[in-house]
Design a protein around this ligand. Structure first.
Ligand SMILES: [Zn+2]
Length: 449
């Protein structure tokens, strides 16, 4: 049993209280219940009184929150700490402890807080609040302005973060550093590397969905044409699956391999250290090693939805397949669409592009913002190797690349592969001590601003 200070116990209780508010984002926003979001917004000033007397808060696009902590001698280049407090839906089904219970349960490696959002992303959001509150109480004032940007619909449209960026842009603000959720402290990213690594996202893949549609005269299924709309669509899906996008290392991939590879043991150290020779071999290895390494080196495609006729005895007048595409950094939405079109090779299949978002620009791994972040991570997590990587999923931070060249994605928590698997799934949970280390990470970062 770990003994924790009264301050730590109060921090944990506030975290639990906020996890218990079911701020669930629904894909169809008209189905999202606004009441928990109202409650969450109202709870913060009660839980963090010092923060709320020192920082200005404004509500943007409904329930997104933008805080400004005025610096003592601002140079005009503030820092933005980001997080979101909406969570994906969860019912009790499949959860060992209910998703909005925030129950603390002893595990093999210490106590864990269970609940939806503990990792994604209330864990970070509440850590930021805790760190700011502690700093304010200690009389600290940052030199430059610090903004806190808390989105309320990251899991759906990201409209809250977009509106916050619009507002900051209107005010002519160019942040020197933007930090959002993303990478974490993880193990086993590269085979042969035993040390834990702190992976910091310097970019994120693009995202779009394509609707493949085949239209045809409907009719009774008793007199079908030789080639039905559904068969034509199925042929397109099969052809597409047979043609994955080409694999390629981006400069960030290579930087990650050499950074982490320097800490490998055995013959792999040589392999990672001589990329000029081993690159083609490693590329084939990444493509085959697992789904995660494969997604690192190419644009991926997944057919996620299929539709056909409404009735068992009626021919489909319109058959559709939705292809979700995650676009590699260095490629583009246009390139992805061209690849799909040529893979399908059938003008009878219409391609409609939905919600296209290009890959993000790559933030530098040199300069003041990166140095500050990397140093803070190294000081907070003993023995970690800090490396850039390309984030596979999308986050709200991509909207900030419009107003800052220094956008980084890192959640200051140690996460096992199993825990990473609970994001958007059942049994999401975080170690209590892991979370407290995250609070201290933000405190340290703020102290350097
Ligand atoms: Zn998230």
């Amino acid at each position: 049993m770990t003994t924790r200070s009264p301050d730590e116990q109060r921090s944990i209780a506030r975290f639990q209280a906020l996890v218990r508010i079911p701020t669930v984002s629904r894909l169809d926003e008209s189905e999202t219940d606004p009441a928990p979001f109202d409650r969450f917004v109202a709870a913060l000033p009660e839980l963090y009184p010092a923060l709320h007397t020192t920082l200005d808060r404004e509500l943007v696009a409904g329930h997104s929150m933008l805080y400004r902590w005025a610096g003592s001698a601002p140079s005009g280049a503030p820092t933005v700490l980001m997080a979101h407090y909406d969570v994906v839906p969860a019912t009790d089904d499949g959860w060992i402890h209910p998703p909005f219970s925030a129950r603390i349960v002893a595990g093999d490696d210490g106590d864990l807080v269970w609940g939806r959002g503990t990792l994604d992303d209330k864990g970070a959001l509440v850590s930021i609040l805790e760190a700011v509150e502690a700093r304010v109480l200690a009389g600290f004032v940052p030199r430059d302005d610090v903004y806190l940007s808390f989105g309320h619909n990251e899991e759906t449209t990201g409209a809250g973060a977009t509106a916050i960026v619009d507002e900051l842009e209107r005010r002519g603000i160019r942040p020197a550093l933007v930090l959002d959720e993303g990478g974490a402290v993880v193990e086993g990213i590269l085979p042969g590397v035993a040390k834990p690594s702190a992976v910091i996202g310097v970019s994120e893949k693009g995202i779009t969905s394509l609707t493949l549609a085949v239209e045809q005269l409907g009719g009774h299924a008793s007199t079908p044409p030789r080639f039905t709309a559904t068969a034509r669509l199925a042929r397109a899906v099969v052809r597409l699956s047979a043609k994955p996008f080409p694999a390629r290392f981006s400069p960030t991939n290579l930087e990650m391999i050499s950074t982490l590879g320097a800490h490998a043991t055995g013959p792999l150290k040589w392999v990672f250290g001589n990329l000029w020779l081993t690159k083609p071999l490693l590329l084939r290895l990444f493509a085959r090693l697992g789904d995660e390494t494969n997604a690192m080196v190419r644009t991926t495609q997944a057919v996620t939805q299929l539709t056909g006729s409404q009735a068992a005895n009626a021919l489909a007048e319109r058959a559709t397949a939705t292809v979700n595409i995650r676009i590699a950094v260095g490629s583009s939405v246009a390139e992805a669409v061209a690849h799909v079109r040529s893979a399908i090779g059938d003008d009878g299949v219409r391609i409609e592009v939905l919600h296209p978002s290009e890959p993000s620009p790559v933030s530098p791994t040199t300069g003041a913002a990166w140095q500050l972040l990397a140093r803070t991570v190294e000081q907070s997590f003993e023995g970690v190797v800090v490396t850039p990587y390309i984030q596979l999923g999308a986050s709200d931070s991509r909207h900030f690349t419009r107003i800052s060249e220094h956008v980084y994605r890192f959640s200051p928590f140690e996460m096992t592969a199993e825990q990473r698997g609970t994001l958007h799934a059942v049994n999401e949970r975080i170690g209590v001590d892991t979370w407290l280390r995250g609070v201290r990470f933000y405190e340290r970062l703020l102290g350097a601003l």
